[in-house]
Ligand binder design. Structure first.
Ligand code: CP
Ligand code: NVA
Length: 318
């Protein structure tokens, strides 16, 4: 197995001015280095002052964790955040994206965008002259995956060779977990009902990026996929924008609930993660969320630390 211990000295300066639109944007080394910087920032071993830089938040969908963690991360870096919700800007009245993106580039230093289509995010990035960060699209949630793997690293001391099993819909969160996990040398298994697996293109992309022999596997049986896993992860069965499929999905996904019986198939030291918000009693039981195996609130906190590391790196504050 290739060796790339975390803590390896890597030049994060190479990330200055870059976008973060997908988990595949950075190399294994750069991703490990971001986790290392996040760890330093979290423990106060490192302080970074960006000096009055401004982050613009363009959120077309609801958000608690991503919005607040970006705001707090920017404040801790000595910067500020401007809320550019399309409902309160001319975007909501149809101002073209290519104009908006260029104008905002004159006011802000970085943009974090939450929207539906990945190609809309890419379009923003194309026209912007400042870094653009994916704050969730229908395709990916890369900042979430960074926080998830930081949490896993904190618990296990390392990531390579460990196995994370994601149970549920092959959605944005599953996609970023596969890509980012592959880069970090984590074996990622995804268990979904037939027809709800992640996109074949994302599975193949993850396999092509796999570091240190990481395996990326897809199952249609949750118990089989969870067997011996170190992390068991789930997310809602109907994502934002799929609310009208909720009832149908509840039926299709009924064998994919993360309950005590399923968790017992995992490694005895396994931890439970969920990106939140959760539908308690659907994809995960109350009992499992509240169990000693759950690291869900540490995981939520880590959004702050990884995004602080990301902002500092993209804005060249190192
Ligand atoms: N996990 C996550 O992205 O949460 P929010 O939708 O609240 O930002
Ligand atoms: N898959 C979920 C994640 C929310 C953080 C959604 O897109 O709604």
């Amino acid at each position: 197995m290739a060796q790339l211990p975390h803590g390896v000295a890597v030049d994060l300066l190479s990330l200055r001015g870059r976008d973060y639109l997908s988990s595949s944007e950075f190399s294994s080394k750069q991703t490990y280095a971001l986790l290392e910087l996040a760890t330093q920032l979290k423990s106060d071993a490192r302080r970074i002052d960006l000096g009055n830089r401004v982050l613009g938040l363009i959120f077309t969908k609801a958000s608690t964790r991503t919005r607040v963690s970006f705001q707090v991360a920017m404040a801790r870096l000595g910067g500020q955040t401007v809320d550019l919700n399309p409902q309160v800007t001319q975007l909501g009245r149809g101002e073209p994206l290519q104009d908006t993106s260029r104008v905002l580039s004159r006011f802000c230093d970085v943009l974090a965008i939450r929207t539906y289509a990945q190609n809309e995010l890419e379009e923003y990035a194309h026209w912007a002259s400042i870094p653009v960060i994916n704050a969730l699209t229908d395709l990916e949630h890369p900042c979430q995956a960074l926080a998830d793997y930081l949490t896993m690293q904190e618990v296990f001391g390392g990531l390579q060779g460990k196995t994370l099993t994601y149970v549920g819909d092959g959605n944005n969160v599953a996609n970023s977990l596969m890509i980012c996990g592959a880069l970090l040398g984590v074996n990622v298994r995804v268990a979904s009902p037939k027809g709800f697996e992640p996109l074949v293109s994302v599975i193949n992309q993850s396999r092509s990026l796999a570091f240190g022999g990481a395996d990326i596997d897809v199952f249609n049986n949750a118990a089989e996929a969870v067997k011996g896993a170190h992390v068991v992860y789930t997310d809602v069965w109907a994502s934002m924008g799929q609310e009208n499929e909720q009832l149908h999905r509840k039926e299709v996904f009924k064998d994919f609930c993360l309950n005590k019986d399923l968790l017992e198939k995992a490694d005895p030291e396994a931890i439970v993660l969920h990106c939140l918000p959760a539908h308690r009693g659907e994809e995960i039981t109350d009992e499992v969320i509240e169990s000693k195996f759950s690291r869900i609130f540490d995981q939520a906190e880590n959004r702050l630390h990884v995004q602080q590391a990301l902002l500092a790196s993209l804005l060249g504050g190192l």
